[in-house]
Design a protein around this ligand. Structure first.
Ligand code: PMP
Length: 407
């Protein structure tokens, strides 16, 4: 059956409500996505019927939650096409995953004078952990610049790679500009230079199909809450051999094999990187979200989002005085824009009163703002449950805001 957003929307209870007496038009999906009833039911069912701490009990409930947790890991594994289940580490989110690599990989592989390469369009989560690591290890953070259209300067990237580069950390989709970066090429070229690559998939995992084996990335990070799953859970994928060689970054229960005051030995993967009681309930919720998305049909969802993107672009471009930031030919359904003479915050406030939820500000990408010499933008970020009708409402809202604010 053809993908029908109007029908699919009904799976999301929050979208059925009104705000300020207007139907909610939720376009802040880059910040977090809404949850289908199936995910909400999964969380409730788990707390009502099977809650018990994982990995530690011999009793019925604990065995059930442990099996559910490991099944969730396998669901993520197959979603990412990872060769081994133990390559999937559950974390608190993309930020936590990136910090884990920055700490653990940094300890093992980064030495004074080494270089880490990030891009100008990274989220702060993919900048600051590397800065902190570079400070600790006396290494240097280098930046791949971007062009004004929001595409990466690949010539500069190639020129920056050297024998000193230990890791390239780059986003697959920019949360501010919508750019889809050519990460397969970046990974291939980095590997040719002997450099590892981390992909920030926080904004790509919900829009694109990801195959870590085909991409050949060394690490990949994403958050559950941007993939229609719960908050507080995320994923770090890492190649097994590499993870095996890396030291744990947190100590505690579950990550050990044997503890004495003289010497502690660590557990095998993936538990080596999962100290303490992990978020097994939300991991199940994430797996449920993945099952939901997969059942909708990823190709259909992606084709629909592509059409929606084209429609949004054509409609936004019709509005006089509106400038879109980020015009890469390969893009996801994320649109940052400014209207001449209007502060993004004022635009956001007027849209809010019309029931339209957009984000305003720097979107945790201050270097992108500095590139364009602006303080912030308005960002509309779409999901498969958004419709062309909602894009029309957004555009009418922008025109209404212009009338009010420029009067
Ligand atoms: N990277 C990108 C590209 C993001 O958009 C975000 C969230 N805005 C993050 C990382 C961090 O995600 P989280 O806050 O869920 O850890």
């Amino acid at each position: 059956m053809a993908f029908d957003a109007e029908i699919v929307r009904k799976d999301f209870p929050i979208l059925q409500q009104q705000v300020y007496g207007k139907p909610l038009v939720y376009m802040d999906n880059g910040a977090t996505t809404q949850k289908p009833q199936a995910v909400i039911d999964c969380l409730v069912r788990m707390y009502r019927t099977m809650n018990a701490n994982i990995h530690r009990g011999v009793h019925f409930l604990s065995e059930q939650t442990t099996e559910c947790y490991e099944q969730s890991r396998r669901t993520v594994q197959s979603f990412l096409h990872a060769p081994f289940a133990e390559e999937i580490i559950f974390t608190r989110g993309a930020t936590d995953s990136i910090n884990a690599v920055a700490f653990s990989f940094g300890e093992a592989y980064v030495h004074p004078g080494d270089e880490i390469l990030v891009s100008e369009m990274e989220h702060h989560s993919n900048i600051v952990p590397w800065q902190m690591m570079c400070d600790r290890k006396k290494a240097r953070l280098r930046v791949i610049p971007m062009h004004d259209d929001g595409t990466l300067d690949l010539e500069a990237f190639r020129a920056s790679l050297s024998g000193k580069t230990r890791l390239v950390a780059v986003t697959q989709v920019s949360n501010t500009l919508g750019t889809v970066n050519p990460v397969a090429d970046i990974i291939r070229e980095a590997h040719q230079a002997g450099t590892r690559v981390l992909i920030d998939a926080a904004q790509s995992v919900q829009h694109l199909s990801i195959d870590v084996k085909q991409l050949d990335c060394d690490f990949l990070a994403f958050s559950g809450h941007k993939l229609y799953g719960p908050t507080g859970v995320g994923v770090l994928y890492g190649k097994r051999d590499l993870l095996n060689e890396m030291p744990p970054y947190q100590g505690g229960g579950d990550m050990i094999s044997c503890v004495t005051f003289e010497k502690t030995t660590y557990n095998e993967l993936p538990l080596k990187f999962e100290a303490g009681t992990n978020n097994y309930i939300d991991a199940a919720g994430l797996a449920c979200a993945i099952d939901y998305l997969t059942a909708l049909g990823l190709p259909e969802v992606q084709a629909y989002e592509k059409r929606l993107t084209q429609y949004a672009l054509s409609q936004l471009k019709n509005i006089p005085g509106l400038r879109i930031y980020g015009e890469a030919p390969e893009r996801a359904a994320i649109f940052s824009f400014l209207v001449e003479g209007i502060h993004p915050y004022d635009m956001g406030m007027v849209l809010d009163k019309l029931g339209i939820a957009v984000r305003t500000g720097t979107h945790c990408t201050q270097p992108v703002m500095d590139h364009y010499n602006i303080d912030g933008t308005v960002r509309a970020s779409l999901a498969f449950y958004n419709t062309e009708k909602e894009i029309d409402i957004l555009c009418e809202g922008i025109c209404r805001a212009k009338k009010i604010l420029l009067a």
